[in-house]
Ligand binder design. Structure first.
Ligand code: HAM
Length: 421
């Protein structure tokens, strides 16, 4: 019997781990500059947190959660997202007493039993951010600026940030009613799922990918026209504070989680096809109260790490490869010199992000070049007896396929150019 990983739950193999570590490291450093502190909550929570938090009629709760009863017949769930557990922890540990506004981030796996496809898995990873304890539009603007800056730091350019406002609880309920009325004479043209959504969660019809439903959604009344004065003012302030950040106003953008009110946003990237959201977020001003805490405004977002990696590989080919330098040596004296050069390179601050490999099999030059190639080496330093005698080295640029002979004391300078070029 051969075992396989559970469908939709992927191993991250050593060759891929590097990009994951780099993303995590970059995110941590950047988020800590903004004053966010890490929070780690358990992967299992009581199911009720998600039913109450995300919403009883949402796809996540009705179809996608991994739940089971423990020995005491308590229903537990593998967390499908991070916001509801963080709100649970915020209330449980009265974090509102620690600081008036609580800036938190988390990185970790989430679980949804969806049909696996490109960019959609059953175990996936999120980098998430939550700011609890403020109703201010400037908090929304700050996190949108911050996510924009983080994505650029990752090296992404071609993403789009779509923004909308759902309005407060009252606005949302009023819009749901008028949207239901608008749909009432179009039932025959919408899909079965949307007919069902009309009864349970009508705003989700705005998100349907079915062409006929999408066309009806495009002609629908605007949420923006139905906002109360306070909500209109809030979203106007958010947009004003975001001048200079490229935004797209997405007139009827709604999200698959019921806790959102007010500002919502979604970040898409063209490399992902149908699953094009690399991240999403918004305000959830009622969630803390709904889960038993004080009346507290909050806003946050989460990025899907698998999707970010797909986008990065598309936008920046080779971004999944570490910068590897291979030192190919021939003869004992050259091998010893090669080990010394490797040690110097590994310790050098100007080469902090490279991996240096040396030959440990006493293989032929041809076979060493093959190993360098398999390891995606950007450069190979070749050192044989002739080079050693002359105090020179050969640097082969594996990307440009060029080779040059250099004096040993110029190695670092020329290698740096080769790796950056
Ligand atoms: P979400 O829109 O459900 O929001 O997920 C956020 C991101 O997680 C998505 O944009 C996507 O990149 C990624 N994602 C979701 N499902 C999958 C999947 N099955 N496979 C791969 N990636 C996936 C939330 O989870 C909210 N908690 C975000 C938030 C934080 N809102 C406020 N604070």
């Amino acid at each position: 019997m051969k075992y396989k990983a559970v469908r939709g739950m992927d191993d991250i193999l050593p060759e891929d781990a590097q990009i994951w570590q780099w993303l995590e490291k970059t995110a941590r450093t950047e988020l800590e500059f903004y004053g966010y502190k890490e929070i780690r909550t358990p992967i299992l929570e009581e199911t009720g947190i998600f039913v109450r938090g995300i919403g009883e009629t949402t796809d996540i709760v009705t179809k996608e959660m991994y739940t089971f009863n423990d020995k005491r017949e308590r229903s537990l769930a593998l967390r499908p997202e991070g916001t509801a557990p963080i709100v649970r922890a915020y209330i449980e540990h009265a974090l509102y007493n620690v600081s008036p506004e609580c800036r938190l981030y988390y990185i970790g796996p989430m679980f949804r039993s969806e049909r696996p496809q490109k960019g959609r898995s059953r175990q996936f990873h999120q980098i998430g951010v939550e700011v609890l304890g403020t109703n201010s539009p400037y908090a929304d603007a700050e996190i949108i600026r911050q996510v924009n800056s983080l994505l650029k730091l990752f090296g992404l350019q071609n993403f789009t940030i779509k923004v909308n406002s759902l309005g407060c609880k009252t606005d949302k309920a009023a819009f749901a009613e008028s949207f239901k009325k608008y749909l009432s004479d179009k039932k025959a043209r919408i899909c079965d799922t949307c007919r069902d959504r009309m009864k349970k969660n009508v705003l989700r019809v705005l998100d349907c990918k079915n062409e006929s439903c999408a066309e009806i959604a495009r002609q629908a009344p605007d949420i923006a026209d139905n906002l109360c004065g306070t909500c209109k003012d809030h979203i106007a302030k958010v947009k004003n504070a975001l001048k200079g950040v490229k935004l797209e106003e997405a007139k009827n953008l709604v999200r698959g989680l019921d806790y959102y009110t007010g500002t919502v946003f979604e970040i898409t990237h063209p490399s992902l096809g149908a699953q094009d959201a690399i991240g999403a977020g918004g305000r959830y001003d009622n969630l803390v109260k709904d889960l038993g805490g004080p009346d507290t405004g909050a806003v946050g977002y989460a990025l899907g790490m698998e999707r970010i990696i797909i986008a990065l590989k598309k936008e920046i080919p080779g971004s999944d490869c570490a910068k590897v330098v291979y030192i190919a040596t021939l003869g004992d004296a050259a091998k010893i010199r090669g080990i010394q050069i490797a040690e110097k390179l590994r310790k050098s601050e100007s080469f902090a992000d490279i991996i240096v490999l040396t030959d440990v099999k006493e293989a032929s030059l041809k076979s060493q070049m093959r190993t360098a190639d398999k390891n995606n080496a950007r450069a190979v330093i070749i050192l044989g007896e002739n080079e050693l005698r002359e105090g020179r080295l050969t640097i082969r640029n594996m990307v440009k396929k060029t080779e040059e002979s250099v004096e040993e004391n110029k190695l670092f300078e020329i290698l740096k150019n080769a790796l950056e070029g």
